[in-house]
Design a protein around this ligand. Structure first.
Ligand SMILES: [Zn+2]
Length: 372
């Protein structure tokens, strides 16, 4: 679940609910362990205040890292869907893949470069500000952010795709081999290798007594492994579907309801006949809206026969509409993002058909196996 925060430099920023878990965990760790340990003169109340300020600055640093990826991506012609902060950090959602190894390299390096610059800035603040001017707490916060930004920069440069370092590796391989598929396969393979190292190292750490840190490493490894697999599959899908628009995968033969039909007819001829959850209501190919079982529930059964569908039709959500000339891959991403498994295909205000997740994936499988 995502909470939208607003836009920064034209890029939508949102927070996943899992972010709150890591935020609370970081504040707790800083307040109870980190600050009391680095400087015992910091009182518990000040430790909590410092924990909250440092955690907020840490997430601003992660946001700055992602924002720079997105800004450089946009400048290189790659559309960005937005930035989401979640339990493992931040992610910039690219709407398409970089077109050249050079643009991928610039985009990938922009994030870690930002983290390294931030590390330097916080370190300079701590060094030149000193405890006298910044106060003990201010000094420790600046020092902590200097270290953590350095760690973030280094962690992201680990050469496993889809980490930034993996993207750098892919760009280099891509440029050397002139083959994006192979470069992605190798970089994802290295990414999975790195992920297994994290999982293995994490279990090892748990055995040696560092239970929580070890568990955390295992989780990161598990997440990286999934991400590496997914990004490779996504690329394969994108490749298989390149140049195919929605028009070619849609079905024109789908049930649509006349506004003049009664609710009773809708229930018996549609709801009980087909396996759909929502039905478009159309009149001469014009889409009036959709009707679902929810609208029917509001009408008492005794009134079903005399109530026309027109009376309970619901306006259509923009989310479930796609143009027939749009890319089939975009349609798929669109469905994945909003959790729908079918979209209505429209063109020039007229309804043209319906497209389902299954039909697009089936076509991609045929193409990937060379049968189509
Ligand atoms: Zn990054």
């Amino acid at each position: 679940m995502n909470i939208r925060l607003g836009k920064l430099l034209g890029i939508p920023i949102s927070i996943d609910v899992s972010w709150f878990i890591i935020f609370a965990l970081i504040v707790f760790t800083l307040a109870n362990y980190y600050f009391p340990q680095v400087n015992p003169s910091i009182t518990p109340a000040m430790s909590w205040l410092g924990g909250i300020i440092a955690a907020l600055l840490l997430f601003s640093s992660v946001l700055a890292h992602e924002l720079m990826h997105s800004v450089v991506a946009k400048r290189n012609g790659i559309a960005i869907g937005g930035i989401t902060l979640f339990i493992f950090g931040g992610v910039s959602r690219m709407k398409d893949e970089p077109r050249t190894p050079q643009s991928e390299l610039k985009m990938a390096l922009a994030g870690p470069a930002t983290s390294f610059v931030l590390a330097l800035v916080f370190w300079l603040i701590a060094f030149y500000g000193g405890k006298a001017r910044l106060g003990v707490l201010g000094y420790e916060i600046a020092a902590y952010l200097g270290i953590i930004n350095l760690v973030l920069g280094i962690f992201n440069m680990i050469p496993g795709f889809p980490l930034d370092g993996g993207r750098v590796l892919r760009a280099i391989l891509w440029s050397a081999m002139d083959n994006l598929d192979r470069a992605t396969r190798i970089a994802s393979g290295v990414g999975q290798g790195v992920a297994y190292l994290f999982i293995f190292g994490g279990f090892w750490m748990m055995l040696l007594g560092g239970f929580l840190s070890g568990l955390w490493l295992v989780f990161i490894g598990w997440f990286l492994n999934n991400a590496a697999q997914q990004s490779y599959q996504q690329l394969a899908l994108r490749r298989a579907l390149s140049g195919i628009n929605v028009h070619r995968v849609m079905t024109v033969d789908f049930p649509h309801v006349s506004p003049a039909a009664s609710v009773d007819q809708f229930v018996h001829d549609y709801l009980l006949q087909y396996n759909y959850s929502a039905y478009p209501v159309t009149e001469d190919d014009n889409l009036l809206g959709i009707i679902t079982v929810n609208e029917v529930r509001d009408i008492p059964r005794s009134e079903w026969k005399e109530t026309p569908v027109r009376q309970i039709v619901k306006p259509v959500d923009e989310e479930i509409i796609i143009d027939e000339n749009d890319d089939a891959f975009d349609a798929l991403m669109h469905m994945a993002e909003d959790g729908n498994n079918r979209l209505l295909v429209m063109h020039d205000g007229k309804i043209k058909g319906m497209v389902t997740q299954d039909s697009i994936i089936r076509l991609a499988q045929l193409k990937l196996s060379g049968l189509y």
